[in-house]
Write a new protein. Structure first.
Length: 277
């Protein structure tokens, strides 16, 4: 559900209303009775408000700013759709009680997957948005530093879906270094083509389940370190929750291989801290 005019659904505290006064060119003085957009604490205030109001249904209807995600699965002999109807009725009743309104045209009901923060999230996992993939795939050949930087910034979106993204981009990243002369080599061409070809083989990530244990797989090479957050699904199949990788610094490349493997472990602990600790 997409909540309508989120900020405007929150009343200003009475003693703060005078501070919102605005004088128009015609000389009239206007004051905001509801929370206007642009305030530093407005997003946090709205997010806290929605989270508190929907706290009783957060197990199946978590919220993220103005979006509420109602999800259900089959249980107790009932189908997922039967459970979903119960959940959506509770969520809608709660929003009605607290006078939270939503854009009907922007709401998606009873869908197997939904777009969320540039990804497609569904019962089978998390996959990249096809529009994002198409944008990288159709990106014109970079002929200068600015074009290459824009391409890599866009391709970085695929980082968490690719097990060796950092190593794939190492030759291209070198061209971005200060005082590096622009020279498009065969290695750069291979890296560029490899990134586009990898779009066909991007992983579908598992939706993290906080009730199941996580484990991490780490690896190191001469040029990069990487790690994967893993989890067994309900069928006992090992699934990837997220990939992370980065290129080694110049001094790190001089370290023994076992030291870089330890560095990969430390990197994994930092990247996946919220899941592991």
């Amino acid at each position: 559900m997409d909540l309508m005019d989120g900020f405007y659904q929150i009343l200003m505290r009475e003693r703060d209303i005078p501070y919102t006064a605005v004088r128009t060119p015609s000389g009239m003085l206007w004051k905001w009775l509801v929370m206007p957009q642009g305030l530093t604490n407005a997003p946090a205030t709205f997010n806290r408000c929605v989270t508190n109001l929907l706290r009783s249904v957060r197990d199946f209807a978590p919220s993220y700013f103005k979006d509420v995600f109602v999800h259900s699965r089959a249980m107790d002999g009932k189908t997922d759709m039967e459970i979903y109807k119960v959940h959506i009725r509770k969520a809608l009743t709660l929003t009605l009680e607290h006078k939270l309104f939503a854009y009907l045209k922007k709401c998606i009901f009873a869908a197997n997957e939904i777009p969320l923060l540039g990804c497609i999230v569904g019962k089978n996992g998390i996959r990249p948005d096809p529009e994002k993939i198409k944008a990288v795939s159709d990106w014109p050949f970079p002929v200068n530093l600015m074009g290459l930087r824009k391409f890599l910034d866009l391709a970085a979106y695929l980082h968490k879906y690719s097990r060796n993204y950092a190593e794939m981009t190492i030759h291209l990243s070198r061209l971005l270094k200060k005082n590096e002369r622009w020279s498009w080599s065969a290695e750069c061409q291979h890296s560029y083509e490899g990134i586009k070809e990898s779009l066909v083989h991007l992983s579908v990530l598992e939706v993290a389940d906080q009730d199941r244990p996580f484990h991490v797989v780490c690896n190191a090479s001469d040029f990069a370190i990487g790690c994967a957050l893993m989890q067994y699904d309900s069928d006992g199949v090992e699934r990837v929750v997220c990939y992370q990788s980065r290129q080694l610094q110049a001094d790190e490349r001089n370290c023994p291989f076992h030291i870089n493997e330890l560095l990969a472990m430390k990197y994994a602990m930092a990247k996946f801290r919220v899941y592991l600790l």
